[in-house]
Design a protein around this ligand. Sequence first.
Ligand SMILES: O=C1O[C@H](COP(=O)(O)O)[C@@H](O)[C@H](O)[C@H]1O
Length: 228
Amino acid sequence: MPDTSLDFQSFASAEQIAETTARRLLDAAERAIAERGRFQLVLAGGRTPLAAYRRLVDQPADWARWHIFFGDERCLPADDPERNSLAAREVWLDRVPIPPDNIHPIPAELGAETAAARYAELIRDRRPFDLVLLGLGEDGHTASLFPGHPIQEAALVIPVYGAPKPPAERVSLTPLALGSSRAILILVTGRGKHEALARWRAGADLPVSRIISAGRLEVLMDAEAADG
Ligand SMILES: O=C1O[C@H](COP(=O)(O)O)[C@@H](O)[C@H](O)[C@H]1O
């Protein structure tokens, strides 16, 4: 059954999605900081969110109150260009004054098992997050939750082995952890995502379909992803 609380929103281009996402982050941060004194954000990995991250660099914000977490990570050395945390640092995080102690990369260089256990401890008492950003893979994966892989429903963070998209070893937050958020934004751009998006919208049981938010769950999709 498709989740009827999903709000699919169409945009003409990936640029518009990047612009909208950047604006959403800034607005959500302002609200969270006014209400709770801090903004707890979980970042998506992959290439899709980078355009939005880049747009944040020159924006005025109360950066000292931002706390950054990651939805998944690849088990590679910390300085590997394929690390989700490194990409986010290069385009955005190293260019704004977020205190280093407020940035919480998944220590995936320690191996999936150890990293998952440590990150679960870290996030256990940090929830609910204010905003979780996610992407969608061509096969319907989100974070590093891949089709056909078991999801331990009660865990917050899991080690992932044998991922079909390299590297095979990864760490991922689970639907339980990702869903503990006041809002979730899922970014879907490009023709390559069309089939997965169409299957999801038709109610297929994909990893992304397992994401259910306690708050708002919006899917921002560009015309190429929506129409193919
Ligand atoms: O491997 C991953 O893939 C998805 C999608 O990545 P993209 O490059 O197509 O945007 C991403 O959401 C996930 O976090 C990542 O680790």
